[in-house]
Design a protein around this ligand. Structure first.
Ligand code: UD1
Ligand code: UDP
Length: 382
């Protein structure tokens, strides 16, 4: 039996962890014991608890209650708490997801006391170090022992950075192993999308009809915190809704919700609030999100996860960032980078309105990435 300690903290990590926990419960429960540590980075019920209730994720064994704060303060609290738990639990390895401050804290705490690190979503790069996430993922990859990249581009990034394509076991901090293995979020999207019909009423509740609304999410720090960018995004959203008479639903991250009245001009703020075609709602559950993604005409987002899910559910996507780690989406033609540029967003929308057929090649595995990851952990971590 090996003991694996999983760190979660931010919304997308809680969702990602569901895939591995499900694989452990279904196939490896006699071989793997999972201890879950929630850093408390996200704490509102609709940013955390809702996913445990809905996705059957085991209740965390520990919660560090790190909460919000500056990067340094938030990460430091987490490092201290994770180190203490690692020393007490003595796991065989730590599992880290993605690129948040919770990921970084896990990487720093575990590497200093030589607990092998499994990084899920390794190798992704935006090549933009002004993003806090880019720093977090580079640091985490550099101290990981098993690195699971969901995409070919991610795997190739690691090779370019000097990771060996074919390392020879035993693997360690100084002899890491890299994999291209598919995406645990694809596992989850396939698994949970079959459940939405019976359970979810978000479309009816918001009077949304299939193919007749846009789904928008915005939470990236440069979009929320820079008024020029936030105003440009909301001007574009308003124009698209008015000119096309199309409804837009925005489940708004608390970060954005808190900054909307402060960073939008008062005129635009009141235009948005009184535009009956634009519906701003609180963050929704994962099943509700899948229902929105599956039924939207198009998705506009600065989220990494939502970009991919648009692709999984065969929807075009306007990316509200200046670059993406998920380059395959743009290369396939179904996603366009428009940044927070009003004219580019309107242009992309017009292009997608006219496009009849999109290509959605199989890029993210076969829905069994989590099982593969468990098998490799069992083979290589002792
Ligand atoms: C974090 C991640 C980002 C990820 C996102 C997923 C980092 C550096 N960033 O960004 O990569 O895409 O999570 O959603 O780790 N807040 C609440 N309630 C909550 C959580 C947050 O009100 O439950 C508010 C607080 O005002 C907080 C702000 O949101 O200061 C930002 O939260 P934080 O976790 O620091 O970063 P995110 O923007 O959520
Ligand atoms: N998500 C959700 N409810 C919401 C918004 C997003 O369940 O109201 C899910 C979404 O489906 C995806 C994940 O959260 O699986 C993405 O998280 P987020 O956009 O916060 O972060 P990112 O992926 O950019 O790190």
């Amino acid at each position: 039996m090996i003991k694996l300690l999983t760190i979660i903290g931010a919304r997308p990590q809680i969702i990602k962890a569901a895939a591995l926990s499900r694989a452990i419960e279904n196939k490896f429960s006699d071989k793997v014991k999972e201890i879950i540590v929630h850093t408390g980075q996200h704490y509102d019920d609709n940013m955390s608890q809702v996913f445990f209730d809905e996705l059957n994720i085991p209740h965390p064994n520990y919660n560090l209650n790190a909460g919000s704060g500056s990067h340094g303060k938030q990460t430091a609290l987490m490092i201290e708490g994770i180190e203490e738990i690692l020393l007490k639990e003595k796991p065989n390895c730590i599992v880290l997801y993605g690129d948040t401050n919770s990921t970084l804290a896990g990487a720093v705490a575990a590497s200093k006391i030589q607990v092998p690190i499994i990084h899920i979503e390794a190798g992704l790069r935006s090549f933009n170090k002004s993003m806090p996430e880019e720093i977090n993922r580079i640091i985490c990859d550099s101290v990981s022992t098993l690195l699971f990249s969901p995409t070919k581009a991610g795997f190739e990034n690691l090779v370019k950075e000097g990771f060996k394509k074919k390392a020879v076991p035993p693997y360690s901090f100084d002899n890491p192993k890299i994999y291209h293995c598919g995406d645990v979020m694809y596992d989850n999207s396939l698994f949970f999308s079959s459940l939405i019909e019976q359970k979810i009423t978000i479309l009816q509740d918001n009077k949304l009809e299939e193919g007749k609304f846009l789904l928008v999410t915005i939470h990236r720090n440069n979009n929320t915190d820079e008024p020029i960018r936030l105003n440009a995004l909301f001007r574009a959203i308003n124009k698209i809704s008015v000119e096309n008479k199309i409804k837009i639903i925005l489940p708004l991250h608390p970060r954005t919700a808190k900054l909307l009245s402060k960073n939008l001009s008062s005129e635009l703020y009141s235009t948005i609030k009184t535009n009956e075609l634009i519906k701003i709602i609180s963050p929704v559950s994962f099943l509700e999100m899948i229902a929105l993604e599956k039924n939207a005409f198009l998705v506009m987002t600065d989220s990494g996860g939502v970009q991919k899910e648009a692709f999984f559910f065969k929807k075009p996507c306007i990316i509200l960032r200046s670059e993406t780690e998920w380059v395959e989406l743009v290369n396939s033609g179904s996603a366009v980078i428009a940044d927070a540029n009003e004219a580019e967003i309107l242009k992309a929308f017009d292009k997608f309105k006219k496009t009849k057929r999109f290509k959605f090649p199989d890029l993210f595995g076969n829905g069994n990435a989590a099982e593969f990851i468990c098998e490799e952990i069992l083979k290589n971590i002792h």
